[in-house]
Design a protein. Structure first.
Length: 428
């Protein structure tokens, strides 16, 4: 690949360096474009062809279905690591030693209390409030109780802020679920591991002894790992651009939660189950829904299908599909919705419309089936996605701040009215 890209406009030639990443990705560095061309910019709605940054955290290859965190494959991490190890890896760039992991775990536990006054904010929400809206608000509210902004030049201050949010976020997520169920809040148990404790805070009952289920905790741990980071997706880009104004970590994460909520992004896992339930209620007529998804006059999309980057298969979906079958078998659950999902995927993957557009099941297509088997309410599915994505958001925010990236401020091409004189109201 050449090291220089040449652009010709009106007979004038402009050269721009081509940068190469460690995985043979190439990007035209257009930092000087507007200046050297006298104001010409690029336009790329949805940034489908535009790189926002250089990053050393996650690598995706959409054609080959590759996903690696700091060089480790998602397949190996899902099989051999636990979520807290993966969180450490994403944030600090290396898998932790035993000492580092023990300290990380202990430091997080030390910070896992949430200010009692946060309960007053939670109580302000109606039970019907969507958990993602509640969680985004509670995350932002953490600023009020942890007002010191992060001194990003201090490794210690950055570490403390990271540990605090990793500690408090699962508590807020669990409290959000319990509020909807009119259950007393659970403060967790520091004798449990990170994921076990999350499950306990979500599912404990005041009138019976909580019993951990290893199958459930292993499945939850694997799901959180699979959702932990995914380079510059919509919500991560949101966390980065909000953080680029030097807004704090909690404010940036709160914005990321809101971006993830959308049904085209993390909200798809809830939408998938609602779609599968609708198909089941409609007699399991998958062909009808495939036709609806193909009909340009119908706004219906096959939720959990398609991906901006993966044009072959989403490696996470492959792992989650197998895990869904294993978890349902281990728990002795028969869920007809899994059969509908597999039937839908089979038909779609043989249909010209989906094949031509390279639409395959993505991370959201099967995850809801496991969440359901674990007893997690549908409206909490995207909160589970956020719990998994938290270390990725933190890692990307930290990288952006440490690299001192400039404030994000895209340009535009104006297509509105040209200059015109003011009209008094009597003339309008
Ligand atoms: C996530 O970016 C990430 O990494 C995200 C994520 C992460 O880990 O952070 O992987 C998590 O968000 C996964 C995606 C979850 N969303 C869904 O499952 C919602 C359904 N899928 C889509 O809406 C869509 O596929 C997107 C949003 C995922 C990707 O959209 P793109 O890349 O902008 O593609 P597009 O909308 O331009 O679609 C290209 C064509 C269009 O048809 P034509 O105009 O070419 O005729 O494919 C069609 C689309 O209409 N299409 C679909 C479809 N997805 C795309 N048609 C029917 N059903 C679908 N699901």
């Amino acid at each position: 690949m050449s090291k220089i890209a040449t652009l010709e406009i009106d007979g004038n030639k402009y050269e721009f360096p081509i940068i190469e990443g460690t995985e043979k990705e190439f990007g035209i560095d257009i930092k000087t474009l507007r200046n050297v061309t006298g104001g010409v910019t690029t336009i790329d709605p949805g940034y489908k062809n535009t790189g926002s940054c250089e990053s050393g955290i996650t690598f995706l290859d959409g054609e080959k279905g590759i996903l690696r965190y700091c060089g480790y494959t998602i397949e190996e991490l899902a099989e051999k690591a636990d979520f807290l190890e993966v969180a450490y890896l994403l944030i600090f760039g290396e898998l932790p030693t035993t000492e580092q992991l023990t300290k990380f775990d202990e430091d997080i536990k030390e910070e896992s209390h949430v200010d009692e006054d946060m309960k007053k904010i939670l109580d302000g929400f109606p039970k019907s409030a969507h958990p993602m809206g509640v969680l985004s608000s509670l995350t932002s509210a953490l600023i009020a109780f942890n007002p010191d902004s992060v001194d990003v030049d201090s490794e210690e201050a950055m570490y403390d802020a990271i540990v605090k949010v990793l500690a408090k976020f699962p508590v807020l997520a669990a409290w959000t679920m319990r509020k909807r169920k009119s259950l007393p809040l659970d403060y967790g148990d520091n004798s449990l591991g990170y994921v076990e404790n999350l499950h306990k805070m979500m599912f404990s009952r005041p009138n019976k002894t909580y019993e951990a289920n290893q199958i459930v905790n292993n499945a939850l741990d694997k799901l959180l790992i699979l959702h932990a980071d995914h380079e510059q997706n919509c919500s991560t880009s949101t966390v980065r651009i909000v953080g680029s104004s030097h807004a704090g970590l909690y404010a940036s994460l709160s914005a990321g939660i809101s971006a993830l909520w959308g049904p085209l992004h993390g909200g798809a896992n809830q939408a998938v189950i609602e779609m599968l339930e609708a198909i089941k209620a409609d007699g399991g007529d998958t062909a009808k829904y495939i036709e609806k998804a193909k009909d340009k006059n119908d706004s219906f999309r096959l939720m959990g299908f398609g991906h901006r980057v993966y044009k072959n298969f989403d490696p996470r979906a492959k792992i989650i599909k197998v895990a869904a079958e294993e978890v349902l078998a281990d728990l002795g659950i028969e869920d007809p919705v899994l059969d509908i999902a597999k039937g839908l995927a089979k038909v779609a993957l043989e249909d010209e419309y989906f094949v031509k557009r390279k639409l395959y099941p993505n991370v959201d297509f099967y995850s809801g089936i496991i969440y359901r088997a674990l007893g997690i309410p549908t409206e909490m599915f995207t909160v589970m996605f956020a719990l998994g994505r938290l270390p990725g958001w933190i890692a990307q925010w930290r990288e952006m701040r440490l690299r001192k990236e400039p404030i994000g401020r895209p340009r535009q091409i104006y297509i509105g009215e040209t200059e015109r004189p003011f009209k008094s109201i009597s003339e309008r």
